[in-house]
Design a protein around this ligand. Sequence first.
Ligand code: P6P
Length: 333
Amino acid sequence: MSISLTRYLVEEQRDKGHIPPELRLLLEVVARACKSISHAVNKGALGGVLGSAHTENIQGEVQKKLDIIANDVLIEANEWGGHLAAMASEEMDDIYAVPNRYPQGEYLLLFDPLDGSSNIDVNVSIGTIFSVLKKNSAYPTVSKEDFLQKGSEQVAAGYCVYGPQTTLVLTVGDGVAMFTLDREQGSFVLTQDHVQIPVDTKEFAINMSNMRHWDAPVKRYIDECLLGKEGPRAKDFNMRWIASMVADVHRILTRGGVFMYPWDKREPNKPGKLRLMYEANPMSWIVEQAGGASTNGKTRIMDIQPKELHERVSVILGSKNEVDRVTQYHTHA
Ligand code: P6P
């Protein structure tokens, strides 16, 4: 008997009391939006959705057509439901307050609507990452400051990877569950519950072309991996880099590994490339809920107090013993 996402969320709400009805309904809407995005992604060239939109986002990155389509799908699916006060997106400079014509809710939804978009045109897995916070202030209006909460304040986090399968991965604080899209039924079906990341691994994910720019602790860790059996680790390592965080993290959730996008000397005043609020925080909660760890090399990512909505962070996440080792190289250099 297969368990649908709806049934999983009803049981998390009704039987376990982990989430209130409003949050359950919000997550169902987000999942439906991911289904629509998956449909658009799967059309590819046939849907005229590939290529550049010839616009830039706040990150100064050229937006792909599908970046904007995915963003619009999430906004339009979520703005009328009455669950949200506002949304924030990698693709929008400022927050998007729910229009006055709709009821205001108590939740804040943050997302990277289509992460890994450099892979869209070459048919490599991409994904949507989302994070849910509660609007704590009692003021009727909502501001950017309402979003600036630590990752430890999240009430739900997830991603949807658009690959050979479309798989939604979710945590509401009761472990990590994976749901695969059954295209015939049009529904997400539970395919793995209580996901656990092996604490040890022989696989690392990093963009090796940046090696000459790395800080010493990162260089030490990767050099030791490359020395393999002959080196201090006394085992050979494998390397993967999909350049799509969602796909790399999904592999790590499935078979272990360590993912690293560390600070480097190319832009020394930037703490890293990845964004804290809607990439690192949701992925960190998922990884920790699956028994893994996630730091910026020195600090638990979910303990970082955000100062800006689009701030970046250095990310080391995955198999606990490897993340602990990389962190130790930074803190006990
Ligand atoms: P690079 C995608 O653009 C992204 O934000 C992450 O999904 C991915 O891990 C990283 O950037 C890839 O960066 O520098 O290797 O292209």
